[in-house]
Every structure is written in C-alpha cells, then in structure tokens.
Write a protein that binds this ligand. Sequence first.
Ligand code: ZN
Length: 106
Amino acid sequence: MTKSRCAWCGRGFEATAGPGRPRRYCKPSCRQRDYEARRRAAELGLSEGELVVARAELEDLRDRLYVLRCAVEDVERDLAENAEDPDDVRRALDWLLDAARTAASE
Ligand SMILES: [Zn+2]
C-alpha cells in the first residue's frame, strides 16, 4: 500500500500495489471528471496546463479558502492575546481544525 494523491481532487488515497498501472484517482467519478475536463480542453485547443472549471465550483473553493483564512486570523489574534492557558490554546486549535476540516471536506 502506498499513499497516492488523486489527479483530479487532490485527496490522498491508498493505492494498492499490484499488476497494471497505478491508480491515479481516488474514485471513478474523479476519473470521469478529469477525462471530461481533458476532452473539453482538447476541444477548445487549450494546453495541458489549462482547465475549464465551472464558475460555481471556483467560487465554492474561494469561499472555503476565505473561511479558512478568517479562522487563521482569529486563531492568530487569540494566541497573540492569550497563549498562556493551555485550555485557550486547545480551544484555538480546535477552532482551526474545525475550519480546516470544513474547508477540506467534499
Ligand atoms: Zn479524487
């Protein structure tokens, strides 16, 4: 078992070692979406490094990053004010983890 990263969504997954080409995608829908994106890019004459994405999907990603950035700022501010009490540090860490999990969820 080796850890691989999905070529479409970037999630880590366990790739089973075996005959044949190693898996590049965490699930079939990722493989399908990558295939469709490549086909669309080819139709539009885009290069390998260019990708057509839905505006809603890009906005969703931006929103997730914004929420995460706000959480980082909150935690930085909290830690600058009270970093002595381990309970406060723990609360700040939990808050940040929660925001990071939400940002990284599907
Ligand atoms: Zn994936």
